[in-house]
Design a protein around this ligand. Structure first.
Ligand code: ADP
Length: 678
């Protein structure tokens, strides 16, 4: 370590003073207590203070507050270790401005090794960076200038907005792009607060940004809104970085902003397309499964009004009622029904004609200026109180057969709102709507036919029941006559058998009709299912000697609370099917099982069987498996009635089968079906 001895002799001290005061370098002396006791003339000239003000620690008041702490810490640490140290800091000039100072402080020793304090020599280096007048061996000012010029050129020509500001938010630089994007010139912004370009509702962002910058943090690609001259809002992506001085202190912020209006617009456009696609998909899906006319009309009106951005939309739909009278239904979107109710239906005027004749789409930027508009009495245009329509779009809805089903109408209060794109969108929805409405119409027709058929079955079975019962009665009376011959008696028996079959069919048809109208009554009583199974098997066995019915019944009685007659009917149906569909077999099995709070019955045959594809359908009305059972007669209603009876008892009916091997029909009933149904 170098020693810089100061001779204590007064004349040497005096000599030192003279030398020190003639030097251009600023010199300050501190004693062993770190307090300063000498300032040379160059120092006092710089600070503009007198020695009294500066002595002790008074001079440190001139250090820039941002640099003070670091200075004092470095100074104290070096001082205590008696080390030489170099530091740069800002010191207040007598003109009030801070200037950068480079200080070199060295410890001084007297009489060999006695520590006497520090001598600090300071040079004003502010000019090095702003003025070529000052040159020294460390900095090549020409290079520096070149670099600065290049940097300035880069900043000026950058596509991005580059702005710098102090920590107080005062704008200190403003490049050409900033001028282009925000509309303010450099002169209009330098020295102004950055809030000039921050919308009022985002002013808080600035505080947060400055906080981060002060903590030496950067903000990367922050998407926000800034305000250009005259209040135009611009979406931007902002990157803010701290500006540090040579000692690493944050003294300001540089902002790089990119105008992302185009990207945002593209994003919004994409979003809009995605939404439109979603609406289109939705409406397509929904109306293709909807068979209710009113529902289709409403969904189509809502979707197309949304797609076109119309103030309101309406779907006028021609309907022909059963009497062949035609009238119009309509649905609205975006306007209350009252807004239309008082005006009546649109008439076949020049404006509406292309729509109701299905000849063309009408799209007009301002309908009130259209030559076709306003010629019809009494209103000569829109009736008083009509929703104000300026932009107008009307698309005919035409069915595949060419029939005009109706028209979709859209209005907007401002001109030029509907585009070709809107026209195409509505046209494509209109085509889907036409198909959906055709389907709905067909469905309505089928529904009507179906209910007519139900009506007929009900009526016919009712009408058949009385004569069949009478025939049976008369035949029984004749048969009782002991005088008739044996041969005649045999024919009478056969006739009675056929009449029984006929009356069973009529009874089944009547049941179907009752099920359809929800009027199949159940009369509950408590009985043993095993007894019913035994009785039915005996009776069926007698009349069908071709098949032996094997009973595998649960040992104990299976008591249930149910409609005995109806359960008997179920068993007869299943057993007679088992016999009917196993013409080549000679046996079938009837089984019963106790299943806790339920009973289970299985009727197994070894007949033709059923393919799995038919398992569900055989329980529906009039369904018969044609290929296998074509030669076996039947109406296809026995299992339908059986299913209904079991379901009404809160039970379950199902089948398992292997074609060619036979089928097993199962049903389960809760023991107390009546209570379960409650
Ligand atoms: P139907 O016997 O009068 O045709 P069902 O409603 O009783 O009417 O039965 C519906 C259809 O289910 C029958 O046409 C037949 O194809 C099939 N089916 C019912 N029971 C059996 C069975 N045990 N074996 C094979 N097929 C059956």
């Amino acid at each position: 370590m170098n020693h810089y001895p100061i001779h204590p002799a007064p004349f040497i001290e005096e000599q030192f003073r003279i030398v020190a005061n003639t030097l251009p370098v600023m010199i300050r002396l501190a004693g062993t207590d770190k307090r300063c006791n000498f300032f040379n003339t160059a120092w006092l000239r710089f600070t503009g203070c007198n020695p009294e003000q500066e002595k002790g620690n008074g001079w440190t008041e001139g250090i820039h507050p941002a640099d003070l702490q670091e200075y004092l810490a470095d100074y104290a640490a070096s001082f205590d270790k008696r080390e030489e140290f170099k530091i740069e800091y800002r010191l207040k000039h007598q003109n009030g401005a801070y200037r950068w100072i480079m200080e070199n402080s060295v410890p001084c020793y007297v009489e060999g090794d006695v520590f006497a304090g520090y001598i600090s020599s300071c040079v004003d280096i502010e000019d090095i960076f702003s003025n070529s007048r000052f040159q020294n061996e460390f900095i090549d000012t020409a290079d520096l200038q070149k670099d600065q010029a290049m940097l300035a050129a880069i900043i000026e020509s950058s596509e991005d907005v580059i702005v710098s500001k102090t920590l107080e938010g005062i704008i200190t630089s403003w490049n050409k792009s900033a001028e282009r994007v925000f509309g303010y010139t450099e002169e209009e912004t330098i020295g102004k607060h950055i809030s000039l370009i921050i919308p009022h509702d985002r002013i808080d962002e600035e505080r947060v940004i400055i906080e981060k910058i002060k903590n030496n943090e950067s903000i990367d690609h922050f998407e926000t809104i800034r305000m250009a001259k005259h209040g135009r809002l611009i979406p931007i992506s902002l990157t803010v970085s701290p500006i540090r001085d040579r000692n690493g202190h944050v003294i300001g912020a540089s902002k790089i902003a990119r105008d992302i209006s185009r990207a945002k617009e593209a994003e919004a456009q994409l979003q809009k397309y995605a939404e439109m696609q979603e609406i289109l998909n939705n409406v397509g899906r929904v109306i293709s499964t909807d068979l209710d006319v009113q529902g289709i009309l409403q969904k189509v009106t809502d979707a197309t009004t949304q797609l076109t951005g119309a103030s309101f939309g309406a779907f006028f739909h021609n309907v022909v009622n059963e009497k062949g009278e035609s009238y119009m239904l309509y649905t609205l979107s975006g306007a209350p029904r009252e807004a239309f109710e008082k005006f009546g239906m649109p008439r076949n005027t020049a404006v509406f004609e292309p729509t109701f004749s299905g000849t063309a789409i009408v799209r007009v930027d301002d309908i009130t200026k259209d030559p076709r508009y306003g010629h019809n009495a009494p209103n000569k245009g829109m009736p008083k109180g009509h929703l104000p329509v300026v932009s107008y779009l009307a698309v005919p809805v035409v069915s595949k057969t060419g029939e005009v089903i109706g028209g979709l109408f859209f209005g907007h209060t401002e001109p030029g709102k509907f585009t070709r794109e809107h026209e195409n969108l509505v046209a494509s929805v209109a085509a889907q709507a036409a198909a959906a409405l055709d389907n709905a119409k067909l469905y309505q027709e089928i529904k009507q036919l179906n209910s007519k058929k139900d009506e007929f079955i009900g009526m016919a079975s009712h009408e058949l029941k009385t004569p069949v019962t009478s025939i049976k009665g008369y035949l029984q009376i004749v048969r009782r006559d002991s005088a008739i011959e044996n041969k005649t008696r045999m024919f009478l028996d056969k006739t009675l058998q056929q009449v029984d079959k006929l009356s069973a069919l009529v009874a089944d048809l009547l049941d179907v009709s009752k099920i359809q109208s929800g009027k199949l009554p159940l009369v509950y009583s408590t009985f043993d299912v095993n007894t019913v199974l035994r009785d039915v098997s005996e009776m069926m066995g007698q009349s069908n000697p071709s098949h032996h019915i094997e009973l595998e019944l649960e040992d104990n009685p299976l008591i249930i609370d149910a409609d005995q007659q109806r359960i008997e009917q179920v068993i007869i149906n299943l057993v007679s099917n088992a016999i009917k569909y196993s013409p080549k077999a000679s046996r079938l099995i009837v089984k019963s099982l106790n299943k806790g709070d339920k009973i289970q019955v299985v009727i197994q045959d070894f007949g033709i069987g059923i393919e799995q594809a038919h398992f569900d359908r055989i329980f529906s009305r009039f369904y018969r498996v044609e290929n296998l059972a074509a030669h076996i007669s039947g109406l296809g209603i026995g299992l339908y009635i059986t299913q209904e009876i079991i379901t009404r008892h809160n039970g379950k009916l199902w089948v398992t089968s292997t074609p060619g091997e036979g089928s097993k029909f199962y049903f389960e009933l809760p023991k107390n079906a009546n209570a379960d149904m409650a």
